[in-house]
Design a protein around this ligand. Structure first.
Ligand SMILES: NC(=O)c1ccc[n+]([C@@H]2O[C@H](COP(=O)([O-])OP(=O)(O)OC[C@H]3O[C@@H](n4cnc5c(N)ncnc54)[C@H](O)[C@@H]3O)[C@@H](O)[C@H]2O)c1
Length: 325
């Protein structure tokens, strides 16, 4: 039987916060021409366009996705395109259409074209206030209060169904809030933990949209990328959970993050003006139990609050000095 020697990967949502960095890492690992970045509307960054193929597609349109899968002979999809928690609450109908419609399209294409593997990120937004908020376990009650969370729970069940019914090798992690210095986040409840660094460096002041004591689970981008790649590289026999794996890294409150930033920028001042996102944050876990991911495929994050803060400040200060912030 004919077998391709190299993976051909499609990344949807490639201009987003995670996609912009994950695409570059995948290109580094598999070769630029083997990783097709798919964006939507937003102008792609220079590195994304110069390091490999780039296409614009609307993931809610199956024919547009299918055209790229055929044209590039895609066998693996990292499906990141989505509407996040805060923007999803502003337009829940569109959040359902984008998040569920696109996942259904990707899974159907995986089934019809026999794709080798699909990665689709879920979120800690699957949990609601009924779930234990400390050390939230892998298997617990899932009653989210946002449309974003509803689409993530439904999405997890759909992934599990496509695996059981059709053998589609789809893999997923429940990401916490992702912190990164390259591409700003796209409208989530944990976005403060990125904005605060930009404002600390540019203005030495920040007004936080969550209360000072709101503890949420977070993860630094290198660990976020590591989780996706390690999960996708793992032997199929090790993937025992086909809904989505809890993955944890760091949990902290805005006040704790401010104290850490002040070690590097002592004059930094933070004020607090909670808005509608406070209610979303209050319905989410504070800490996550990820022992199942650690056991099954060896998940092990590297960054803690101190090392993440040091690295973020170093990277953003450099960009500020070069006039690129
Ligand atoms: N960033 C986080 O903190 C976080 C946490 C948990 C889960 N996740 C999940 O990770 C994935 C990526 O998140 P992100 O933070 O990079 O999000 P983002 O908002 O930065 O990027 C999402 C991308 O999806 C694209 N998109 C939206 N509608 C589209 C459409 N109809 N067709 C094609 N593309 C479309 C947007 O252009 C955007 O670039 C999402 O599934 C998200 O739910 C992210």
């Amino acid at each position: 039987m004919y077998r391709k020697s190299t993976k051909k990967i499609l990344v949807t949502g490639a201009t987003g916060q995670i996609g912009s960095e994950l695409t570059l890492e995948l290109r580094h690992k598999y070769g630029g021409e083997n990783v097709i970045a798919a964006g939507h509307r937003r102008k792609p960054g220079e590195r994304l366009v110069s390091s490999g193929p780039f296409e614009f597609i609307d993931v809610t349109k199956k024919d547009e996705l299918e055209k790229i899968v055929k044209e590039y002979d895609i066998d693996t999809v990292y499906h990141l395109a989505a509407m996040l928690s805060a923007t999803g609450e502003e337009n829940p109908q569109q959040a359902w259409n984008v998040n569920m419609g696109s996942l259904y399209n990707v899974l159907e294409i995986a089934r019809e074209h026999g794709l080798t593997r699909v990665f689709w990120p879920s979120s800690i937004a699957v949990f609601g206030p009924e779930a234990p908020r400390v050390k939230t376990p892998q298997n617990t009650v899932l009653i989210p209060k946002t449309m974003y969370g509803v689409t993530k729970v439904a999405g997890e069940l759909l992934c599990n169904y496509y695996f059981l019914r059709y053998g589609v090798d789809v893999r997923s992690v429940r990401y916490p809030g992702i912190i990164s210095s390259e591409t700003p986040p796209g409208g989530g409840t944990t976005d403060y933990a990125v904005e605060i660094f930009y404002e600390a460096i540019k203005k030495k002041r920040y007004t936080c949209f969550l209360r000072a004591d709101t503890v949420l689970p977070m993860m630094y981008m290198p660990d976020c990328i590591k989780a996706a790649i390690n999960l996708m590289d793992a032997d199929a026999s090790r993937i025992k959970c086909r809904t989505s794996y809890n993955v944890a890294a760091i949990s902290f409150s805005p006040a704790e993050l401010v104290a850490e930033i002040k070690k590097h920028i002592p004059e930094f001042v933070c004020e607090y003006k909670p808005d509608f996102r406070q209610k979303i944050a209050d319905s989410w876990p504070m800490t996550i139990d990820d022992c199942v991911a650690r056991e099954d495929w060896g998940w092990n994050p590297e960054y803690d609050l101190a090392s993440m803060t040091r690295d973020m400040i170093e990277k953003l200060k450099k960009r500020f000095a070069e006039g690129r912030l």
